[in-house]
Design a protein around this ligand. Structure first.
Ligand code: 0GY
Length: 302
């Protein structure tokens, strides 16, 4: 089937630079996607955007170019609850990729078992209104109860302003809970303001909650990076991410978010994104936890 990408959609960065920061051996890109290719894995009828194709071959080439060892491939909303492109990527990864799926309550136990065997280790619940239609909470709780015995996690994606309303639901989840992109803080607001304080409280009071300190290019309001000699881009996001890394060093993960869905103004150079890491994890120990120890414990212990 022929798909035409959403107008304004930028292609991912074709020739990313080599990062100056050398990733530690065993580093995991814990948030990335595959899209299609649409002629083999059609995009979902209910999708809110049509991306450009981004195959597992291209993802694994980027992994090697940047110096990562492994990937966690997260089901993106453009594929709905058809996980076949993501699972196909896992099957070609020689054990070097794990997956996060999207499922409906109609998923069978056999389907869950097959995904588990392929390397899926969690489901994603998405609350970002521009990306998905509302799913009833009782359906999500039913899914969480079914995947918990597999040892899977729930990945949640939401905007900071919605955390108060979602708090009760999130704190009822019976699994490890991984928050995408620090719950999307508004970095125009003060780091010691009530909104980010609530997110820190969420992590502090719930030891099953982890956070990806990813997507500075998405969270930055300063716009495209003003490059300087240190390749220190997206500076307005640094204090937020550093605060999370330093407060919860054993419950943070990092990912590129390649191929960067829904970016229309600016497409990041993935090499530059890697050079963001030492600004938020400032010691070798914090870097090892963020990039190696934490994701390996969470995704490769079974
Ligand atoms: C991300 C962010 C976005 C998109 C999705 O599944 C998705 O479509 O997650 C976004 O538009 O903010 O993490 O990939």
């Amino acid at each position: 089937m022929e798909f035409t990408k959403t107008p304004g959609w930028l292609d991912w960065y074709a020739n990313p630079s080599k990062p100056h920061f050398q990733l530690p051996p065993g580093a995991v890109d814990a948030h990335c996607h595959v899209f299609g290719p649409g002629d083999r894995f059609p995009y979902a009828p209910e999708r809110k955007y049509t991306p450009c194709d981004a195959s597992w071959q291209q993802l694994f080439a980027l992994r090697d170019h940047l110096g990562f060892d492994k990937n966690v491939i997260v089901q993106a909303t453009c594929h709905g609850a058809d996980n076949s492109a993501m699972v196909d990527a896992l099957k070609h990864a020689n054990g070097k990729a794990r997956g996060i799926a999207t499922v409906r309550r109609s998923v069978t136990d056999n389907e869950l078992q097959a995904m588990n065997a392929a390397g899926v280790r969690g489901v994603r619940f998405n609350f970002v209104k521009r990306l998905v239609d509302f799913t009833p909470k009782d359906e999500l709780l039913e899914i969480a109860a079914r995947i918990a015995p597999l040892g899977w996690q729930v990945v949640i994606y939401f905007e900071a302003v919605d955390l108060p309303e979602l708090w009760d639901f999130f704190t009822r989840l019976p699994t490890t809970v991984v928050v995408d992109h620090m719950g999307r803080p508004d970095v125009n607001k003060p780091i010691d303001g009530s909104e980010f304080a609530l997110f820190l409280k969420f992590m502090r009071e719930h030891e099953n909650v982890w956070s990806k300190v990813s997507c500075p290019e998405r969270l930055s309001v300063a716009g495209p990076p003003a490059l300087d000699s240190e390749r220190n881009a997206y500076r307005d996001v640094v204090p937020f991410a550093r605060k999370v890394v330093e407060s919860f060093p054993d419950r943070v993960l990092w990912g590129t978010d390649w191929p960067h869905p829904n970016l229309k103004d600016h497409m990041p150079d993935d090499g530059l994104l890697v050079d963001f890491i030492p600004h938020i994890a400032t010691t070798p120990e914090l870097q090892r936890k963020l990039l190696v120890d934490n994701p390996t414990r969470l995704y490769w212990s079974t």
